[in-house]
Design a binder for this molecule. Structure first.
Ligand SMILES: Nc1ncnc2c1ncn2[C@@H]1O[C@H](COP(=O)(O)OP(=O)(O)OP(=O)(O)O)[C@@H](O)[C@H]1O
Ligand SMILES: [Mg+2]
Length: 295
């Protein structure tokens, strides 16, 4: 294992490493998913909130980490008003447990801050604090989901490379295709991440989603031949999503029988199916290993 760029405090880190690696050898860890896209406004936060809720409905314990750390979103979408956020953890005032808030159906959320510019790029020390605290919490959950921000910043690539699966969200807009491709390229080149799942959001039909998927895989196969982009599913365009956002309630709760909610339920079933898929060596980066390979 390579420990590139890990900050000082060697004793503390080695301790954490032993604890974490010991745990990895003995237990199946929680499944860690990152939802990202490159382009902003394509529906990442809606996917995270609704997917998480669909998973809790099926009896899973789910923790959402709002990894759009400087610009919170998920709590607003879920109608929560947290008093504390990740900034309070980094400045030593609170622990992760103390900032946890409960959302609908027992879903748990670790809120981000809003407008704390210094958190838009996490330094290695903050990543380390996060690692230790998340490690403590992980055992209580079946799924940990990172809702990343837009773009290809180091925060975004950090959370994607730290997850077992990266779910990428694209829409029919061509700019979302170029941006998702840019993100894949950075994750492959900087973090050696080779496997990605694609969700196509806001489509008129599955046929449209499959066409977009085909076009994107053509480009990926041509220019990034070691990368595999798998089709994970589609979400229909539905005004009920906008209505739900305005009411700060997830669409799967507000309009459970709408076609869009059915799409999300199908995605949640797929997430559950892949829960026990153990990543093969070289298949994709290994969660904790990558957290130590901080760049
Ligand atoms: N399937 C859908 N049908 C209709 N509208 C949608 C759908 N998905 C998302 N939207 C709309 O797109 C807007 C942006 O969604 P969301 O905030 O989830 O995107 P995001 O990718 O998380 O954005 P950011 O990059 O700013 O974090 C929402 O307010 C919602 O109205
Ligand atoms: Mg968002």
């Amino acid at each position: 294992m390579v420990f590139t760029g890990v900050i000082g405090k060697a004793g503390r880190q080695a301790d954490t490493l032993r604890r974490v690696m010991g745990k990895r050898q003995n237990n199946m860890p929680s499944k860690v998913l990152a939802v990202s896209s490159g382009k902003g406004g394509v529906g990442k936060t809606n996917v995270v909130a609704n997917l998480a809720l669909a998973l809790t409905r099926k009896g899973n314990r789910v923790l959402i980490f709002d990894a759009d750390i400087g610009l919170n979103n998920i709590d607003i979408l879920l109608g929560l008003a947290p008093r504390y956020h990740i900034g309070h953890v980094f400045n030593g005032e609170k622990t992760l447990e103390e900032i946890l808030v409960e959302g609908p159906r027992g879903l748990k959320v670790l809120p981000a801050s809003n407008g704390w510019q210094e958190l838009t790029t996490l330094d290695n020390e903050k990543k380390m604090i996060l690692l230790e605290d998340l490690d403590r919490l992980m055992g209580d959950y079946d799924f940990l989901i990172f809702d990343t921000g837009a773009g290809i910043s180091s925060n975004v690539t950090y959370f994607c490379s730290a997850a077992h699966e990266t779910l990428l969200v694209a829409t029919p807009e061509p700019t979302s295709h170029t941006d998702v491709y840019a993100l894949i390229k950075v994750l492959f080149q900087k973090h050696n991440q080779k496997k990605f799942q694609l969700i196509i959001n806001s489509v008129k039909s599955e046929r449209e989603a499959l066409e977009i998927y085909r076009r994107l895989t053509d480009v990926v196969d041509r220019f990034l031949s070691h990368v595999s982009l798998e089709y994970f599913g589609y979400i229909l365009y539905d005004e009920n999503v906008t209505r739900s956002v305005r009411q700060q309630k997830p669409v799967v709760d507000l309009y459970p029988h709408s076609p869009v909610s059915q799409c999300i339920l199908r995605l949640s079933e797929k997430v559950i199916e892949t829960r026990n898929r153990i990543p093969e060596e070289g298949d994709r980066p290994f969660y904790w290993k990558n957290i130590f390979e901080v760049r």
